[in-house]
Design a protein around this ligand. Structure first.
Ligand SMILES: Cc1cc2nc3c(=O)[nH]c(=O)nc-3n(C[C@H](O)[C@H](O)[C@H](O)COP(=O)(O)OP(=O)(O)OC[C@H]3O[C@@H](n4cnc5c(N)ncnc54)[C@H](O)[C@@H]3O)c2cc1C
Length: 312
């Protein structure tokens, strides 16, 4: 990208949220530039079955390719770049890119997603296990596909307990196991027992993904445990640093507050998708993208003293 290149709106992120925002902005006839570092979580989805409109399911990379084509067809520019910094100048935002460039824009939409806290496996083996369907991170996304399966949940704490209880509606064979040590309260332990969820206490020693199952070794247990699928419930790290740089207060878990889809408190700056507090799903990210784009468009019209606004 040319250093002097500017856009009316820069969207940071080319996942479902950023690409939806770019599509809407392009169709509002805004000059929109999408910058992304190639790390959309959607690119890791082997096949999603809950993206509306795709009854046979769709692979994540195919969804992103279609969304990229769609936004580009209406004029959005989509470029690979890592954004490291952002500041508000008198009448614009100035971004700092890893390659040293510093494009300006009048408005910004942050659609930067999250990083998952993952189990400790070499990258290639980790991704193969996701592809094989024996390692999963999102029960809302694919719990249904594991109906009746032997399911292991890693993380013997509130998050793990909540995930195990959620998955219980799909299977009566659920085991909760700790990453290092169990942290269940007496009440949570009782809840697990009442729901028929087994609780292991030995720390996770090793995960051994196979083509059709995940073998698990726990400390203090001679027997190898086998599950059709394992869900680590280890939380995530929202990619919200750029919002923090603008002084936006983050939620406890590090997410941008949900209100930032429409009003972040920083004029001209909006957020969308997983980076925002809420349900981390494709359909939610798309909805946020549409809302944030419309808010950005209306904000620009206000700045330019135009009366007509899209309603949201
Ligand atoms: C294995 C797996 C399976 C899943 N299955 C489903 C499913 O079946 N159904 C479902 O609804 N959801 C599913 N999800 C979740 C879904 O992928 C996310 O909810 C969705 O991708 C969120 O979209 P987003 O645009 O907010 O973030 P992302 O898609 O993660 O995109 C974030 C974008 O921001 C960019 N970015 C971030 N920071 C910077 C920076 N500093 N500079 C430049 N670019 C940056 C990234 O490169 C990326 O382009 C799954 C996720 C995984 C990992």
């Amino acid at each position: 990208m040319d250093n002097a290149e500017e856009a009316e709106v820069i969207v940071i992120g080319a996942g479902p949220a950023g690409l939806t925002a770019a599509l809407y902005l392009a169709r509002y006839r805004r000059d929109v530039l999408v910058l992304h570092d190639g790390k959309s979580r959607a690119l890791r989805i082997p096949k999603t079955h809950n993206a509306p409109g795709f009854p046979e399911g769709i692979e994540g990379p195919e969804l992103i390719a279609r969304m990229t084509r769609h936004a580009a067809a209406f004029g959005a520019r989509i470029e690979q770049a890592e954004v490291n910094g952002i500041e508000r100048t008198a009448d614009a935002f100035r971004l700092t890119l890893a390659d040293g460039k510093s494009p300006d824009s009048r408005a910004v939409i942050l659609a930067s997603g999250i990083f998952l806290n993952q189990v400790d496996l070499p990258h290639e083996i980790h991704e193969q296990a996701i592809g094989a369907g024996v390692l999963r991170y999102c029960p809302v996304c694919d719990g249904y596909e594991h109906s009746g399966a032997r399911i292991g949940v890693i993380g013997c704490d509130s998050d793990g307990a909540a995930e195990a209880l959620f998955l219980r509606q799909y299977s009566d064979d659920i085991t909760l196991m700790p990453l290092s040590h169990p942290e269940l309260s007496a009440e949570q332990a009782r809840e697990m027992a009442e729901a028929g969820i087994r609780v292991e206490t030995g720390a996770l020693d090793a995960l051994e993904p196979r083509d059709d199952r995940m073998d698990v070794r726990l400390e203090g247990r001679d027997a190898l445990l086998s599950y059709d699928v394992v869900y680590p419930a280890l939380g995530c790290r929202p990619r919200a640093e750029l919002a923090a740089q603008l002084g936006i207060g983050l939620e406890d878990e590090g997410c941008v507050p949900a209100s930032a889809v429409k009003d972040s408190g920083v004029p001209g700056f909006f957020a969308a998708g997983d980076v925002v507090e809420g349900l981390d799903q494709i359909s939610v990210a798309m909805g946020h993208g549409a809302l944030a784009a419309t808010r950005a468009h209306n904000w620009l019209r206000d700045q330019d003293h135009h009366s007509f606004q899209a309603t949201d």
